[in-house]
Design a protein around this ligand. Structure first.
Ligand SMILES: [Zn+2]
Length: 248
């Protein structure tokens, strides 16, 4: 807004100059060629001011935030999910939680809290089995049973499914209305449980519109998530839920 205001002032000044020059030329108070040069210079100056106050498209685009999505699998966890939720709230960040049906059954109040704090809830099957290795009926029930459990608490059927191990059952046609969500950056936080390694894994590899895979079941994942968020927010990233990343 500041730039616009300055441009308007300069515009008025330059328009006055141009008018004055026209007047001088018309009343014959100067030499014709000199007047023409003066008019041209004023017009150039006007154009320069106009361009300076109207930044190029690329420049404007760079001020827009780059989107990124944090996703947490295997929860809810009675200790670390609330810690993660507190860290996210403090930083005004929305994330996506892919929940296991068997944990949803145990900790319904945390599921409710995830929803109330504005995060997106997805389905991560009932008990983390590899869906492609199961008979069709069982694979379907891993998904549908978890959907029902989440619906029973939140009143909303999940639309997003992250199959355990990222392994989708090719012929799983019972949940065709769900969107499968995999990831771009795998932190392997469950394996390393090493704060620095998790942070480095993300900061080294991350790009705009990436989906980051983490787990809200470890202290190191909570501390790493805090540092990842603080660092990337400073770099102009905005953390959004998976649906916002994919469809907005
Ligand atoms: Zn998992």
């Amino acid at each position: 807004m500041k730039g616009k205001h300055i441009w308007k002032k300069c515009l008025v000044f330059d328009l006055c100059c141009i008018c004055l020059l026209f007047l001088m030329a018309a009343t014959g108070t100067g030499k014709g060629a000199e007047m023409k040069r003066g008019l041209e210079a004023a017009a150039r100056r006007l154009e320069e001011v106009r361009q300076a106050s109207n930044p190029a498209k690329e420049e404007r685009a760079s001020t827009e935030k780059k989107k990124i999505a944090l996703t947490f699998d295997d929860g809810p966890n009675p200790q670390y999910t609330p810690e993660m939720l507190a860290a996210l709230k403090e930083r005004n960040v929305k994330a996506t939680f892919f929940l296991l049906g068997q944990e949803v059954e145990k900790y319904p109040e945390i599921v409710k809290q995830i929803q109330e704090e504005g995060h997106l809830i997805g389905n991560h099957s009932y008990k983390h089995e590899q869906l492609s290795k199961l008979p069709m009926e069982q694979a379907c029930s891993q998904v549908s049973r978890t959907n029902e459990l989440i619906y029973g608490i939140t009143g909303i059927y999940p639309s997003y499914l992250r199959p355990p191990f990222g392994d989708w059952h090719e012929k799983l046609d019972c949940e065709v209305n769900m969107v499968e969500v995999l990831w771009d950056v795998d932190t392997l936080d469950w394996s390393s449980q090493n704060h620095a390694r998790i942070v480095q894994k993300v900061l080294k590899n991350v790009q705009e519109n990436d989906i980051i895979l983490m787990h809200d079941g470890y202290e190191t994942s909570v501390t790493a998530a805090k540092e990842i968020i603080d660092t990337l927010q400073k770099q102009g990233y905005e953390f959004v839920t998976v649906d916002q990343l994919l469809f907005e």
